[in-house]
Structures are given as structure tokens and as C-alpha cells.
Design a protein around this ligand. Structure first.
Ligand code: ZN
Length: 201
């Protein structure tokens, strides 16, 4: 297998890969879009919410805010030693404590871990008038796009060329570096093959 980088630009990576077939390329594409762990807000505790949006809608909006992801520190809450309780190895805490009037943006979310923060600070969360306030604590955890779109980290597509090689196009939404996302997708496919192998024994 031989990989040649064609273009690299912030969150975009274009490369040519020789020595794999279209089936393998599709497995990689699927891994990139749906099987790489990303951080997203999963649980929200409300202490105050007098905004026009109810708790469920606000929690849903918070879940969709892309967060920087750190796969070296965090693991899945289901696989964590804390037995799903939520600890520093599987859960990052973000808080929001704000009063109106004004629009509340994603940069108002304060994270206990500087590595797990919103990628974009200008995403509007809700609007508050005078005398309205929101106070909440949100738990961010790892998940995959196959479970919920909020954990999808990017897009991937490929084109088979006449010489048998395959051109790949990968875009990261910013949670992970695009190169790390591609590297991780190789690990994911390898793990699936290993699991299949051991199941056949
Ligand atoms: Zn834990």
C-alpha cells in the first residue's frame, strides 16, 4: 500500500492510495464519517432556564456544538473504569451561567478542560431578554457518528482512477486534526478485521 498526499489545507486532506480495492476504500470512508470517536455534549443539568427555548430544545442545540476532541486523554464512558459514572477520563464538564439581555453564543460555555472547548465561538445558543437567565452544567462524552450525527467528525469520499489507485478526499469539521482522523480510520478498520478474525476461530 502506498499513500501520496495531493493536497493539505487546514481541515482538508486529499491523497492518492495504491494497493487497496474499492471495497477497502469504502470501509475507510465509512470509518471516517461514522466510527471515529468525537466529543459532544450528552447530558445537561439545568439549574435555571427562563429563556424562550425549553430545556429539551436547549440541550439538543448544545449537543450539536462541535467540540475539540482529545482521544489521548478520553475514552468511551461505557468502557471507562468509573463504570459509567462519569470521571475525568471519560467526561468533560462545561458550564453556562448567563443573564439577559442578549444573544448567548457558544463562547460563553466554560469548560473545565481547556482541550475540550467549542471549535466556533459564534454559534448562537439562545436569545435572552432582560430578566431571563440560563444556568446549566453539561457533560461532554465520546461517541460515534453511527450513534448520532452530533458525533460525526467530518466527510469523506473517493474516486477510483484508471490506473487502479484511489483518490481520497477528507474534510474534518474541526474536532480532530484531519490527519489524525485518517490515521484513526485505519485503526478502526484494522480492529474490525481483527474482531472478525477472532470470531471465526
Ligand atoms: Zn469514567
Amino acid at each position: 500500500m502506498k499513500i501520496e498526499i495531493i493536497k493539505r489545507d487546514n481541515n482538508l486532506l486529499e491523497f492518492n492510495i495504491k494497493g487497496i480495492n474499492v471495497t477497502m476504500a469504502n470501509a475507510l470512508r465509512r470509518a471516517i464519517i461514522s466510527k471515529i470517536p468525537m466529543m459532544a455534549i450528552e447530558k445537561v443539568t439545568f439549574y435555571d432556564n427562563s429563556s424562550a427555548l425549553n430545556d429539551e430544545v436547549l440541550a439538543h442545540r448544545l449537543g450539536l456544538i462541535p467540540l475539540r476532541t482529545d482521544l489521548k486523554t478520553y475514552n468511551f464512558v461505557e468502557e471507562c473504569t468509573c463504570k459509567k459514572k462519569g470521571c475525568a477520563k471519560c467526561t468533560a464538564i462545561l458550564t453556562l451561567d448567563i443573564s439577559g439581555p442578549g444573544t448567548v453564543h457558544s463562547n460563553e460555555l466554560k469548560s473545565t478542560d481547556p482541550k475540550i472547548v467549542p471549535i466556533h465561538g459564534t454559534i448562537p445558543i439562545t436569545k435572552l431578554t432582560e430578566n431571563q437567565a440560563v444556568k446549566l452544567e453539561a457533560k461532554a462524552q465520546l461517541g460515534t457518528g453511527i450513534e448520532h450525527i452530533k458525533w460525526q467528525g467530518g466527510l469523506a469520499s473517493y474516486a477510483a482512477k484508471d490506473d487502479g489507485s484511489i483518490d481520497f478526499f477528507v474534510e474534518s469539521f474541526g474536532q480532530l486534526d484531519v490527519k489524525e482522523m485518517v490515521e484513526k480510520s485505519f485503526d478502526v478498520v484494522q480492529k474490525e478485521i481483527d474482531e472478525l478474525k477472532s470470531a471465526l476461530k
